[in-house]
Design a protein around this ligand. Sequence first.
Ligand code: HEM
Length: 442
Amino acid sequence: MLPPGLPLPKVASTVMWMRKPFAMLDTCAERFGEPFTLRLIGLPPIVMTYTPEVVKEVFADDGATFAAGKFNKSLAPLLGDKSVLMLDGAEHLRHRRLLLPPFHGERMQRYGAAMLDATDHAIDGWSPGSVISLHPHMQDVTLRVILRTIFGFEAGPRFDEMMRRTKRTLELAAWPPLLLPFMQVDLGPLSPWGKFKRAKAHGDAYLFEQIAERRSTGARGADVLSLLLDARDEEGNPMTDEELRDELTTLLVAGHETTATALAWAVRWTLATPGLVFGVREEIKAALRADGTTQLSATRAAELPLVDAICREALRLNPVIPLVGRILERPTRVAGYDLPEGTPVACSIYLAQRRPQVYPDPKRFDPSRFIGKKFAPSELFPFGGGVRRCIGMSFALYEMRIVLARLLERTNLTLAGTTPVREVRRSITLMPSEGLLVKVAA
Ligand code: HEM
C-alpha cells in the first residue's frame, strides 16, 4: 500500500503540480504529514518524503537501493542517455569522477574574472530608468561563464553561435508539459516536441563540429572539453562522440539555467528585505577600504559573509529544483511503508527546508540564519546529496556570490512588478514570475 495522496483526478493533480507546485506540496504536507503520494499523468505514483531521518537514509545509499539515473529519465531527450544524470552504478561514478575537478578549488577560481566580466557585460547594456526582466540577463551571464569553462571560448562568432543554439533549445524545452512522456511525440516541425527535436539536432550538430575539430587538431587547453577528450576508461578507451555530446550538453544546461534562476531569487529577496541592500553596500565598502581599491575583485566578492548568507538563504527559501528523486532498485521500507521495487521516491527540498523545527519562522527571508552557522545535509540540500550531489555546487555558489556582489556594487535596482512575485515552472526549475521585473535607477 502507498501513502495517502490528494483525492484528485490525475489530470487535476498534474495541472496543479505544473502550475502551483509549492502550494500543492504545502497542502499535501498539511493534510497527510510525511510521507504522501503524488499521482501525475503518464508516471507511476511518486512517494514524497522530507524528514531528516529518511533524507539521510536516501543520501547514505551508494545507489544500490535508490537509483537516481532511472528517476531522471524524463530529462534524457534534452541531455542524452549518456549524461551523468541518467547513469547509475559504476558507470555513473566513472563519469562523475571525470567531471568534478574543473568545478572545484583553484581550477574553479580561475573563472572568477570571467564571472565579473560577464556581469559587467550585462550591466553595461541596461539603460538608466528602464524596467527589465532580470532572469534572461542572469541566464546570459551564467551561459557566458559556462561556455568559457567548458570550451574555453572567448567572445567571437563561435561563442555567439553556441549561445544562440543553446538558448533556442532551452527555450523550447522549458515548456513544462514537455516533461510528460505522452507530450513527447513529434507531430511535425510545428508541434512543440517537433520544434524541440529539430532545435536539439541543430545544437548537437554544432557540438559534434567542435568535438571533431578538437580531435583533428589535437588542440588542448584548460577547458573541460580538453579534459574529457583526454580521459580514458579502465580499458584505455576514450569517450565516444555521443558520450561527449551528452556530458557537454549536461554541463551547459545544468551549469547555467539553475544558477541564473537562483540569482534571480537572491536579487528578489535582497531587494524585498528592508536594510539588506544597505548592509551589502556597507560590506562592500569595508572590503574596498581594506584592499585600497575602487572595484571589487572576484576573490574578495566571493568572500563577503553577508552576500554568501543571502545566496544560501535564497536557495533555502526558493530551491530552484523542488525535489530530488530516486527509483527503488529493490523492495524497501521507507518512512514506515513497505514499498515494492520500481517505486519512485522523492525527497522534497522545498518542504525539508521550511521545517519550523529547524528554521524558526520558516517563510521569513533571514540571511542571519547562515552567518556562522551550518545545517545538516539532510536539513538543507538545494544541491541534492550523497553520491549524486550536484557536481557544480561550489562553482554555482562561487558564481552567485560574485555576480550578486557586482550587481549590488554597480547598480541601483528596485522591484518593479505590480503583482506579488510567485514561482513559475520552467521545465524542472522554478523561477520568479515574469523573470523578476526590476527597475534600473535613472
Ligand atoms: C544554483 C545552482 C544549482 C542548483 C540549485 C543545482 C541543483 C542540483 C540538484 C538538486 C541536483 C540533483 C542532485 C541529486 O539528485 O541528489 C544536481 C545535479 C547535478 N548538477 Fe547541479 N545545480 C546547480 C548548478 C550546477 C552547475 C553550475 C553545474 C555544472 C557546472 C551543475 C551540474 C550538475 C550535474 C552534472 C549534476 C548530476 C550529478 C550526478 O547525477 O551525479 N549544477 N544539481
